[in-house]
Design a binder for this molecule. Structure first.
Ligand SMILES: [Fe+2]
Ligand SMILES: [Fe+2]
Length: 328
């Protein structure tokens, strides 16, 4: 790897075009040529679920040359297998100049792990990301006057409908058995001594980023949903939910495990212009009170085949590029 010293710009790291570009032997001339003529681009995807062999292969088949100046956001839910996760992140890091990641709920499952609890595994993931040059903290991407700040936000959901931050919406006429079917309840474990909710724990990790004055537009991302409205389709769904009119799981209430309103408060405190999220396995773009919320979930192959997810969900979505700005 060819590494040039990055410009420090706390609290995150400023990456110039020259930084952290992993070069294959003999590729340097191509990089210089590309840097002189190509815009830098920010891409995003979530819920890549690489335990699906098809998903894994699609990602590995992304071009080794096309994205070398670019940044990729992966907004959680890759796999609960830590080694498989790291191998995938390393592979993406070889294709993109910068890769930013936040764990989703699947990453914190403990089924095959020896961690005492899911926060211990979360910390192991962050430490491993630091070792392989995967960003989990704010990054300034671009050049002086053509740049954005990309801010990862850790999050979880507020499952208690009585909690003011809950996204809960009642379902009519059916007993709620979410806690009997949602796998997180069986596959995650939390420290007994923890005070506050799991969501509050993760959101507290983001507080150092709040109130900072960013010198370029802010694009934030999380795995979980920050607002209730985002769970529902509207005209901007582009018909992707058209085959999803029937509820196949009436006793499962997704709103209990979707996200937290307190996450939205952090997004607004940051001054985000765009927030990328995942988790629901939908492809959406909605503008609400000055912020554009985008989910671009890769999901499972069957979800793409049945059009619950758009066919283009198998590729990252372009969010911003240096010469033209936001791509919403
Ligand atoms: Fe997912
Ligand atoms: Fe998820």
């Amino acid at each position: 790897m060819h590494r040039v010293q990055p410009t420090q710009n706390l609290p995150g790291i400023t990456y110039s075009r020259e930084c952290y570009v992993r070069l294959a032997p003999g590729a340097f001339a191509d990089i210089i040529h590309s840097s002189m003529h190509q815009p830098q681009r920010l891409w995003a995807i979530s819920d890549i679920h690489i335990d699906s062999r098809e998903n894994h292969q699609l990602l590995l088949e992304l071009s080794d040359r096309e994205f070398l100046d670019d940044m990729l956001i992966i907004a959680g839910d890759a796999t609960d297998n830590l080694q498989r996760l790291l191998d995938l992140l390393i592979a993406m890091r070889q294709k993109f100049a910068i890769v930013a990641f936040v764990p989703g709920n699947h990453e914190l499952w403990l089924a095959k792990d020896s961690y005492n609890h899911s926060i211990e595994k979360f910390e192991a993931i962050l430490n491993a990301c630091a070792e392989i040059d995967i960003a989990t903290q704010p990054v300034r991407f671009g050049q002086a006057d053509q740049a954005v700040w990309v801010v990862p936000l850790f999050s979880w959901y507020e499952p208690d409908p009585e909690n003011p931050a809950s996204l809960f919406v009642e379902k009519d006429g059916v007993a709620d058995k979410t806690d009997q079917v949602w796998r997180d309840y069986f596959l995650t474990r939390w420290p007994e001594a923890q005070t506050g909710t799991v969501s509050e724990y993760f959101l507290a990790l983001n507080t150092p980023h709040l109130g900072l004055s960013f010198d370029a537009p802010v694009i934030s991302f999380s795995h979980f949903l920050p607002r209730r409205e985002l769970m529902f389709r509207n005209d901007s769904d582009n018909g992707q939910d058209q085959l999803n009119k029937q509820d196949p799981y009436p006793e499962f209430n997704f709103s209990r495990v979707a996200g937290s309103l307190d996450l939205d408060r952090q997004i607004r405190a940051l001054g985000s212009q765009v927030h990328i999220y995942g988790h629901q396995h939908r492809n959406r773009s909605r503008h609400i009170d000055g912020i554009t919320y985008i989910s671009h979930c890769m999901g499972y192959p069957t979800e793409r085949e049945t059009r619950h997810l758009a066919p283009n969900a198998q590729q990252p979505r372009l969010i911003w590029q240096s010469n033209t700005g936001l791509n919403l």
